[in-house]
Write a protein that binds this ligand. Sequence first.
Ligand code: NOJ
Length: 537
Amino acid sequence: MTFYQIWVRSFKDGNGDGIGDLYGVYEKLDYIKSLGIDGIWLCPVYPSPNADYGYDISDYKNIHPDFGDLAQFRKVLDRVHELGMKLIMDLVVNHTSDEHPWFLESRKGKDNPYSDYYIWRDKPNNWDSLFEGKAWEYDEVRGQYYLHIFSKKQPDLNMDNPKVREEVKSIMRFWLDMGVDGFREDVINFISKKEGLPDGLPFIPAVNGMFAYKDGPHIHEYLAEFREVCNEYDCIQIGEGPMTTVKTALMYMTGKTKSLDMMFSFDHMMADCLYTEYIQRPFSLRKLKRAFSKWQYALNGRAWNTLYLENHDHPRIINRYGSVYFRRESGTMLAAAYIFQQGTVFIYQGQEIGMTNIRLRDIDDYMDISSKTNFSKYHINDPLDERMKRIYKSSRDSSRTPMQWSGLRYAGFSTARPWFKVNPNYHEVNVAAEENDPDSILNFYRKCVWLKKHCKTLVYGSYREFYPKSHRIYMYERVYNDSRWLIICSFSRLPAEVKLPPEYEGRARRLVLCNYRGSDPYDMHLRPYEARVYKFR
Ligand code: NOJ
């Protein structure tokens, strides 16, 4: 199964106000289907003040007026189903917006029915928030501090309160009754906090509380309750698990504590950074391969991986692990590098046409809260142009620029000026241009998705990596009964000679997919960022 992830605000504007919406999503469902997609993950579409663009929800059972209404949502859902696809929603229940009626009530006082919906304290602990200063904010009205792991406008819910869990289940039922097929669950490993909220390690800035708010003591109980709801509807639950290790992920996905079908892990997103893309280091292919293989080996036969390289939280992958100078070559190579591993593939809007990071002149041109706070928190003594370079490399906004549909005005995203700047490379990088080019990144993605869907070995086969120490080549096999595939990806901007593993040497082979024309299957000199997908006899 292959998923396509939509961040609605920047996907397609259907009503001409410059903001992507559910009318635009509806228009583009046939395009999504044409990629070979089986399921759609819709980022939050609920009413939200947009402090964190939809991840601060003020009404869980409605649609943001910018995006349409419940009737339009239903239309989208029905059409998705007609096209034989599934649709999953984002379930964001670690926190709400501070404008959610529960919070407005909760802050009124301790004898309020919503008083314990959030985490209130007279004295804060030492945790930093991931987005904005300290993790506690003093509320004048209530005369206490509330916890916010993310921004001040995202107070954490108190999941220890059974009433809050009932609310979550009611939200799940609301959407499941409407017919959605499951949930992507935001920072789900954060929802149970360690009793007493102990101080975190002071020398790890930003994540110092992580060990106290990640994988808390009641997490499996709470998730079991949510699982029961999902079981009634036979739907899928995919949990986002920041900083999840393989061992803990297996706890969520297997055995008695199994509550999630899959998890989004982050190890492979740190081959060029630490915790956040803002703390940069040079890209290391070996780190990337180590992360890939660790998860492939550990989950094989036990659980199922999610495979992704981009989403709305990371800058574009070509800038990070490929090269903008070899945009087509590295964009296609990266597709082959991850899609043929074992797991369910996720493709993020624009990734399939090789969209790249946007370079904005001024920090005020950026919209994302974490970009802005990273800018003012780290490396503040560096020269301004250095700091702007960091933002260019790291900002989440690069994945949130309007989708580039054509070379027309505003990249065909909207007829009005879009809510956010369009990447000026849209004349060259756009869906229409790539549709017409058989060698485009878009058409390569189509081939990869098709191949993955139609080849059992690439779905169920075992995984083995070769030459893990190579700084240039990522090579792995997939084997199922007698069927044997080898995927070879060059991460080098220079030509590279590859040696086949001894058991493959001299064997008959078919080069099923390659991102260059005219490659001789028996000549193992690879061109820059070449990717080859072989079937061996
Ligand atoms: C993870 C989401 O993917 C991200 O966009 C959001 O900012 C945080 N969780 C907080 O909800």
